[in-house]
Design a protein around this ligand. Sequence first.
Ligand SMILES: Nc1ncnc2c1ncn2[C@@H]1O[C@H](COP(=O)(O)OP(=O)(O)O)[C@@H](O)[C@H]1O
Ligand SMILES: [Mg+2]
Length: 145
Amino acid sequence: MKAINSMKLQFEGRSVNESFSRTAVAAFVAQLDPTIEEISDIKTAVSEAVTNCIVHAYRHKLGVVYITANILPDSHVVIKIRDKGCGIPDIPKAMEPMYTSAPEEERAGLGFAVMQSLMDKVKVTSKEGKGTTVVLERSIRCKEA
Ligand SMILES: Nc1ncnc2c1ncn2[C@@H]1O[C@H](COP(=O)(O)OP(=O)(O)O)[C@@H](O)[C@H]1O
Ligand SMILES: [Mg+2]
């Protein structure tokens, strides 16, 4: 479906940029006049996906994180978060609640579970050694006039 509006963002995968990225996406989505809860849900989901790029995809190295956000008709928001990192060998396993490949870093393994609970749709594609794309979709409920 053709986007009504879109934006692209790319930044270095440093922890300090995580809050920048979620705030930037929230500022873009703000044009749909979302509720505070909707904005908060989107920020949390983006934050989880971006954190995964920084801590898992580019483990022990620095890489670039790419975000695109599209607004489709009926206030439907599609956000893609992409990295060119290590990739995910087994996506269903990675998405299981409580699974983490980094227990020594005290990761809870709940990032994907949180994204799925807050978004209408979460899609993950990945290629080992090439990178991962997470697509988050959420409809913004139109406030009554
Ligand atoms: N962008 C990514 N690149 C590589 N591996 C990832 C990526 N995102 C998630 N993973 C893998 O999926 C697992 C589960 O992710 P998540 O549910 O966010 O839990 P956590 O980050 O606490 O480990 C991670 O431990 C990691 O192995
Ligand atoms: Mg995580």
